[in-house]
Design a protein around this ligand. Structure first.
Ligand code: ADP
Ligand code: MG
Length: 469
């Protein structure tokens, strides 16, 4: 069943150029998306790091890009960091023939970038901050751009670039093709898709297991009567939480008990009418209740972008359930806290489960919770920062659709603090022992390395606006 690039519609000279560089057969995400992209469809692709997304969008882009007039490129690739922009351009150049490619990012002089744009370039690979600067300097315009790729949309979102991305997209041709690639397709990325892609076909490849390594994992040994107070403590100190209970009855009871302790909580489970569930969820997403008490079955059907904390009030049925429950926090690189309440008789099972997930955080007595200091690691590179500064310096008050995105979207730093209400005076957490050194390696390892190795599942569906979730 292995396809070839030729079968996907890639012309022979490009197949040959790829083959000379050792690219013989398409990886899964390439096999899934290239023909749709070549046909001009909007494509929304999710695949893990290292799975070959650059060629997945790059091959059709090079093939479909027409010759540009000076200062009026025809295609645009948006990428979060300069390293990535360079990498993309280098990779495209290996088979681009006489298609002209220019890279644009901050932290270097304008001269070279501006002279290339002036001479005429067909594809611009850009970080959003510098691109906006160049637009302001009238070094180029985007009206002829009829093909846009948003690469690593989740990282662009993490770094606060989505308002800039929206402003940029608003300046391109209305008839453009918009292709988006990301390691995750939820939250702000889903909104970008909804607002800027036209009837996109979604292709997802690889492991959908959430990456829970960014969260801090705690295991608190408690006596049965103390579980409720410990749970209330987590919710009060960390912000909004989803609390998992084993049964419907248990969820209802816990919601009542928390409410009695001054924590606004509501249960959500299959025993409630749909309209009640919708109402509860609405109250939660609007921040009017602090805690959602859910059964595993109910949780599967609810879409909540990111919460500050997840509490395993009752233990998960198995380690996979632990991962899926915990994946509700620390999404898209934000910080998050996961606390498991462990009754004395659950200690042995918990140890086994922790070993399977690959977390070596100890089982302790309930402890201090404070404002998380964690931010997204990959925002720390110098290059990333320099373009972030560009973004900041070129920020404009009125930015097309920007008003629709979240209000601090322009802040390039991680949004950890926006959903976490730590006590100002509280002690910082010692470190992210559970989240970092004791990270669930197995999980991360799978999601990184598994790609393209033949075990990747591919599923595709076609979805209209708003249905791609
Ligand atoms: P992603 O963007 O999904 O993280 P990349 O596009 O950077 O991944 O690809 C990762 C590596 O795999 C790159 O070195 C790339 O050259 C290589 N690669 C991509 N597609 C193929 C292929 N079909 N055959 C062999 N190597 C490939
Ligand atoms: Mg990539």
């Amino acid at each position: 069943m292995s396809t070839t690039f030729a079968q996907l519609g890639v012309p022979k000279p490009i197949c040959d150029a790829l083959a000379r560089n050792g690219i013989q057969a398409p990886f899964a995400i390439q096999a899934a998306t290239i023909s749709d992209s070549l046909a001009g469809r909007d494509v929304c692709g999710r695949a893990p790091t290292g799975s070959g997304k650059t060629l997945a969008f790059g091959i059709p882009l090079v093939i479909n890009t027409d010759r540009a007039k000076p200062k009026r490129p025809r295609s645009l690739v948006l990428a979060p960091t300069r390293e990535l922009a360079d990498q993309i351009a280098d990779e495209l150049r290996t088979f681009a023939g006489d298609v002209r490619i220019t890279v644009v990012y901050g932290g270097v002089g304008y001269g070279k970038q501006e002279s290339q744009l002036k001479r005429g370039t067909d594809i611009v690979v850009a970080c959003p901050g510098r691109l906006e600067d160049l637009l302001e300097r009238r070094s180029l315009e985007l009206t002829d751009v009829d093909s846009v790729v948003v690469d690593e949309a989740d990282r662009l979102a993490d770094m606060g670039f989505l308002p800039a991305v929206r402003r940029i997209l608003n300046k391109t041709s209305h008839k453009r093709q918009t292709v988006l690639f990301s390691a995750t397709l939820d939250g702000d990325v889903a909104k970008l898709t909804r607002d800027y892609q036209n009837n996109p076909v979604t292709h997802e490849v690889g492991d959908t297991t959430p990456d829970i390594t960014a969260a801090e994992h705690r295991f608190w040994k408690v006596e049965r009567p103390d579980r409720i107070d410990a749970t209330a403590h987590v919710i009060n100190d960390s912000g909004q939480a989803i609390v998992f209970c084993r049964t419907r009855h248990g969820s209802d009871r816990l919601a009542r008990q928390l409410t009695q302790r001054g924590v606004s909580a509501a249960a959500i489970h299959g025993g409630h009418q749909q309209n009640r569930r919708t109402r509860t969820l609405g109250q939660f997403t609007e921040g009017r209740i602090q805690a959602l008490i859910a059964t595993d079955v109910a949780a599967r059907g609810i879409h909540v972008d990111d919460v500050a904390a997840v509490v395993h009030y009752d233990p998960p049925a198995d380690h996979k359930t632990y991962i899926h429950r915990s994946g509700r926090t620390a999404r898209a690189g934000r910080g998050g806290l996961v606390v498991s309440m462990i009754l004395p008789e659950q200690v042995a099972d918990t140890k086994k489960m922790k070993a399977k997930v690959g977390i070596d955080a100890p089982i302790t007595v309930p402890g201090e919770i404070a404002e998380s200091t964690s931010t997204h690691e990959h925002t720390n590179s110098a290059a990333a920062q320099s373009d972030q500064e560009q973004a900041r310096s070129s920020r404009k008050p009125n930015g097309g659709n920007a008003g629709r995105s979240n209000s601090n979207g322009n802040r390039p730093t991680a949004k950890t603090s926006s959903h976490r209400r730590g006590k100002p005076g509280a002690k910082k957490r010692p470190n992210r022992a559970g989240g970092k050194s004791g990270s669930p390696n197995g999980n991360r390892g799978n999601s990184r390395g598994g790609a393209g190795s033949g075990q990747a599942r591919s599923r595709s569906r076609s979805g209209g606006r708003g249905s791609n979730r």
